[in-house]
Design a protein around this ligand. Structure first.
Ligand code: DLL
Length: 433
């Protein structure tokens, strides 16, 4: 079902008209209230009034994560603190967190977009949402929570952790929608199995998975193990939180970006040039109605492709392909660009291995060495040594073939790689470069 049929199915012309009006309002507002944006616009000699078409947006400077850090914590807020009712912070693993704020209206818009997202995944009033995204500074928990309530569904605010109790709740309360990171969903499946609870006997129909990259093969794995339809949800704190884009359960083929609220662009990360639809590059967002923390041309570092083709679900908003990596996640191993998601795809296509892995990169004698640590199924591990060696060789060969890099493959027993309750740690780079 489409939650907001008017806005989600707007014909392009009407959508563009709304975008332009909202963009112009946002630019006027940030120019008047945020010194960072005023200085940026002045530097390139532009006033908000010079932006007369949507294409003119390309003339404005980008905003980067560093800019947000330089203005830590509240320097880019566009309203007085009197009007800020909520603060979140990004879950960045390095450096200062980025801090974002919301007015009452921002919270309401976010809840609307999350309600749209949950509906796109197949949820509606009467559904019970088991929300295992973490509650706290991270936007996942509260984002889904407010969206569920706005939709009129029943939300279980279980958050991350205490996994055994989660399984009991799933068994007893009969939730129909699971929201969590894809890695935590796999962990839930594992623990359920240990406890003798089968997902087959649970009531789930859909899972809304995001906050970290995952692959098409991981979707298969999740759908098989959890007996549900797995839908990809995307978002980032700087732009709002979860609910910036979502796959519809009808097509499960790219995530609709809520274009009446955000303008997406894809740029060449080197030159900054805007790329046409269909070309892969870095995703950039401009918010159109946010009050406390508007963003103008914010560089996400996420890599994707925009697809304007009509969708079978009836939504007209452009789709972004699932994020294939981050510009800062890309590992350069002896000069070859490697994204963890590519390794994941190779691993997930092999039935011998489990969907738990880690990439460890070291530098020995000035040479990069990548070790792929991956769990294999119980059956493989209990087999003779030769089977293990063959599996190891096969993985190394497939990685070499698909990615062009050599990797040392280390097979480990099931359940030995640390499980995460939120975002999984996939890469350990020891190179200090
Ligand atoms: O992860 C918001 C979120 C919560 C999204 C729950 C979906 C579900 P941050 O902690 O600020 O916000 O991290 C944002 O996570 O720039 C991406 O690199 C990554 N990310 C988020 N969703 C996806 C996804 C939340 N579906 C950063 N696929 C983003 C791949 C994702 N990466």
């Amino acid at each position: 079902m489409i939650y907001d049929i008017d806005f989600e199915t707007l014909p392009r012309e009407a959508l563009s008209a709304i975008q332009l009006r909202r963009l112009q309002n946002t630019l006027e507002r940030v120019y008047a209230t945020v010194p960072f944006y005023k200085e940026g616009f002045d530097k390139v000699g532009l006033k908000p009034g010079d932006i007369k078409t949507l294409e003119d947006l390309q003339r404005l400077p980008f905003t980067t994560k560093q800019d947000l850090r330089d203005n830590y914590p509240f320097g880019i807020f566009a309203v007085p603190m009197d009007n800020v009712v909520r603060i979140h912070a990004s879950s960045g693993t390095t450096g200062q967190p980025t801090v974002v704020g919301y007015t009452n209206r921002d919270i309401d818009t976010w809840a609307e977009l999350m309600a749209r997202s949950l509906a796109a995944a197949g949820a509606w009033r009467g559904d019970i949402i088991h929300n295992a995204y973490g509650y706290g500074l991270f936007t996942g928990g509260l984002g889904v929570h407010y969206g569920s309530e706005k939709l009129g569904a029943s939300v279980i605010p279980v958050s991350g952790g205490n996994t055994k109790r989660q399984i009991l709740i799933m068994r007893d309360f009969g939730p129909t929608i699971l929201t969590s990171t894809p890695s935590y969903a796999l962990h839930l499946a594992e623990v359920a199995e240990d406890m003798g609870v089968s997902f087959n006997d649970l009531q789930f129909k859909a899972g809304v998975f995001g906050a970290e990259p995952w692959s098409e093969s991981m979707r298969q794995e999740l759908e098989n193990k959890l007996h549900l339809t797995a839908v990809d949800i995307y978002g980032l704190s700087e732009v709002m939180g979860p609910g910036v884009a979502i796959e519809c359960h009808e097509a499960k083929n790219g995530l609709h970006v809520f274009e009446d609220q955000f303008i997406p662009e894809v740029i060449d990360p080197e030159s900054g040039e805007v790329l046409p639809y269909g070309e892969k590059g870095e995703l950039v967002f401009t918010s159109l109605t946010k009050e406390a923390f508007p963003v103008i041309r914010y560089r996400t570092r996420d890599i994707t492709v925009l697809n304007p083709e009509p969708c079978i679900c009836g939504r007209t908003h452009v789709r972004m392909e699932r994020v294939s990596g981050r510009t800062d996640d890309m590992l350069i191993i002896r000069g070859v660009n490697v994204f963890p998601s590519q390794i994941e795809s190779v691993l997930m296509d092999m039935e011998e291995v489990e969907p738990h892995y880690q990439l460890i990169v070291d530098r020995k004698d000035n040479l990069d060495m990548m070790t792929v640590k991956v769990e294999v199924g119980e059956h493989v591990f209990s087999d003779e040594v030769k089977v293990l060696q063959d599996t190891q060789k096969k993985i190394a060969k497939n990685i070499k073939e698909y990615l062009g890099v050599s990797a040392e493959v280390q097979l480990v027993e099931p359940k030995t790689i640390a499980r995460s309750e939120g975002k999984a740690v996939r890469v350990i780079d020891n190179r200090n470069i």
